[in-house]
Design a protein around this ligand. Structure first.
Ligand SMILES: Cc1cc2nc3c(=O)[nH]c(=O)nc-3n(C[C@H](O)[C@H](O)[C@H](O)COP(=O)(O)OP(=O)(O)OC[C@H]3O[C@@H](n4cnc5c(N)ncnc54)[C@H](O)[C@@H]3O)c2cc1C
Ligand code: FES
Length: 348
């Protein structure tokens, strides 16, 4: 068995005989970026600071001779051959580094699907290089000449090879940008997107049960996080509670039912606040939660939705023992301006 040590955090991952470094990291929950998993795209390139590995057959265009000489390797094909391998990955606290946000990335609206009477889902396909992002992050979309100022929208899917991103936008009756999206933005339209932004991303160093709480389109980043976690076989129980006013406001239930059937560790329940339905939970999530969980001290909690929903749920999970460092929140503050992360948190 080999120890793979992550620098600068010092976290250690065990690698079994025959494992690639990527496989060992993923089993331990670390989401190293990757695409082809065959040594052809260069996406999984990291610097190996010490230790030996067998790089296997990879393409020169994915890993040049110069990069090899500098110690870089492609982790999707690299197999450790020494007892210890130290690789440069992540930040001091073993969080993944963020991809530098880019402005004015061209996308085409390839589809728009009404998800409820107030929520439309946009599918955007990039015209240029796919945007690199972590599940849970958001983009900024708007059209100044059309009177739609830039607004933040969470990406509702995990990254795909074709770079398509999905946004779920709720109509705000007197809202400038959400009304433009609902009433004017047509299939085939060209849009310019900035991003990715935000740090509402999975913490790869935790192996805990997960509780996700979402209200309205707060479901969007939770869908992306859940898709990514289930895709890489996260083993711990994942519970998703969705809050909606009425049954008609619930959306995404088909996908959630599929995940629940396909993955035994995933459970989904909806709670209605303005209707009663004996088949569902009834009441606001902060009120319902104590009846469902006695102790959340070992859970990681992800909460997304309106600022009031996030604040109320944070209080409720804290009262049930959830630790501050394990509560991750995304509040949909109106007219929020995105902040570019500091350089030391960015992928070089
Ligand atoms: C990180 C982040 C992620 C976000 N992700 C999403 C997402 O995935 N989907 C989504 O639909 N929205 C999301 N939002 C909210 C979004 O950015 C906009 O605030 C929202 O679409 C309203 O913009 P607007 O231009 O239509 O309204 P504005 O013209 O900005 O506002 C018009 C009026 O409506 C009020 N208002 C603004 N937002 C709301 C609201 N949600 N409910 C009630 N009143 C409101 C304002 O205070 C103002 O009085 C996110 C916000 C943040 C900060
Ligand atoms: S994932 Fe493409 S080279 Fe490793």
């Amino acid at each position: 068995m080999t120890e793979i040590c992550l620098s600068p955090s010092g976290k250690v991952v065990e690698s079994q005989p025959g494992d690639t470094v990527l496989a060992a990291l993923e089993r331990a929950g670390y989401a190293l970026p990757n695409n082809c998993r065959a040594g052809a795209c260069g996406e999984c390139k990291v610097r190996v600071m010490s230790g030996d590995f067998d790089q296997g057959m990879v393409l020169d265009m994915a890993l040049s001779q110069e990069e090899r000489a500098q110690g870089y390797g492609l982790m999707c094909m690299a197999k450790p051959t020494s007892d210890r391998l130290v690789i440069e990955w992540g930040t001091e606290d073993a969080k993944p580094k963020l991809f530098p946000p880019q402005t004015r990335q061209p996308f085409i609206v390839t589809d728009r699907i009404p998800r409820s009477s107030r929520i439309v889902e946009l599918h955007l396909r990039p015209l240029g290089t796919p945007m690199r992002y972590w599940p849970g992050q958001y983009v900024v979309l708007g059209d100044a000449p059309a009177g739609a100022p830039p607004r933040c929208y969470s990406i509702a899917n995990a990254p795909r090879p074709d770079g398509e991103i999905v946004l779920q936008v709720a109509r705000v009756d007197d809202g400038l940008t959400s009304r433009w999206i609902h009433d004017s933005l047509a299939i085939g339209a060209y849009v310019s997107v900035d991003g990715p932004y935000g740090t509402f991303i999975g913490d790869p160093s935790v192996e805990t049960p997960v509780l996700c709480l979402a209200a309205g389109t707060g479901l969007a980043p939770i869908l992306a996080l859940t898709e990514a976690a289930l895709r890489r076989n996260y083993r711990q129980p994942v519970t998703l509670l969705v809050s909606a006013r009425s049954r008609a406001d619930l959306y995404g239930e088909g996908l959630l039912a599929y995940w629940q059937t396909r993955h035994r560790n995933f459970k989904y329940r909806a709670a209605l606040t303005r209707e009663t339905d004996p088949a569902l939970l009834n009441g606001r999530l902060p009120v319902v939660l104590p009846g469902l969980f006695e102790d959340l001290s070992s859970h990681s909690v992800f909460i997304a939705g309106s600022p009031d929903f996030v604040a109320d749920c944070t209080r409720a999970v804290t009262a049930l023992g959830a630790k501050p460092g394990q509560i991750h929140t995304e509040g949909y503050f109106g007219q929020a301006q995105p902040e570019a992360p500091p350089p030391e948190q960015l992928v070089a």
